[in-house]
Design a protein around this ligand. Sequence first.
Ligand SMILES: [Ca+2]
Ligand SMILES: [Ca+2]
Ligand SMILES: [Ca+2]
Length: 290
Amino acid sequence: MNALHLTLPALRRIPILAIAGAILAWTAPASADVVEMTTVKDNTLIEDPSLPVSAGASTSFYSGRVGSNGGTTLRRGLLQFDVAAQVPAGSTITAVTLQVRCSKVPTGSQAQLIKLHRMLASWGEGSSVSFGGGGAPATPGSATWVSRFHPDLPWTTPGGQFAAAPSGSTSVGAVGFYTFASSAGMVADVQAWLDDPASNHGWAVIGNEVVPQNVRRFETRESTSAWRPQLVVTFVPPSTNPYDLNGDGIVNGADLSILLAQWGGPGTADFNGDGVVNGADLAQLLGAWT
Ligand SMILES: [Ca+2]
Ligand SMILES: [Ca+2]
Ligand SMILES: [Ca+2]
């Protein structure tokens, strides 16, 4: 640890044994909190060459390429969660899982990998109700294959703008519940949505877009409550401990390093407010060690 180099004269006054003892007392991070939420918007982008259709108020969304009865066209689900309304600002996201219920599978379709891609532009839910996968005429503000908000605001790319790399995935076979296990990409997305809510446009849910007749139907927020998409976010809330200088929820060597870097001058580690970071402040930090 660089902070323990003792070549600087000022640092010779640090009680070395106290620091060593405190480091040995290193403990696990603060316990995390968990919140669950369903979507605030969900919809399906429905590829239809003839007219703008949507399904924002339907009880289901679709992912994948439909069979010949539907013209072998594409369906892409859209899900958005209001993370910032549920998780305190400044929190550190540590895990994210998403549960969905698959409610219909084409006969003979093998399990398909369903992937989450972070959406890069906002989109609308509208009020179109469709009882199948073909959609219904788009109402004003609906997301369609060509528009983020029907009829006036098109996607730059028909079919929606989303990150090329998936953030998470899961294999979906028969009807039932499926969970996208926490991944670094899903955690990063949700952290970004918390830190900058204006960037939160949710995920596209992308199925098999190559082989027809492998589409999956999932339930939306308009479905019965137990079947709605459910996002589970585990997070460490922001620290209210003044000695937790880096705000990670624990007082440990990382905070000690910050204090030592401020040694002899003013700084955030001047806990007693006397204008200088020195042994008195160090003693307080060590006393608050977690
Ligand atoms: Ca919806
Ligand atoms: Ca800390
Ligand atoms: Ca001080």
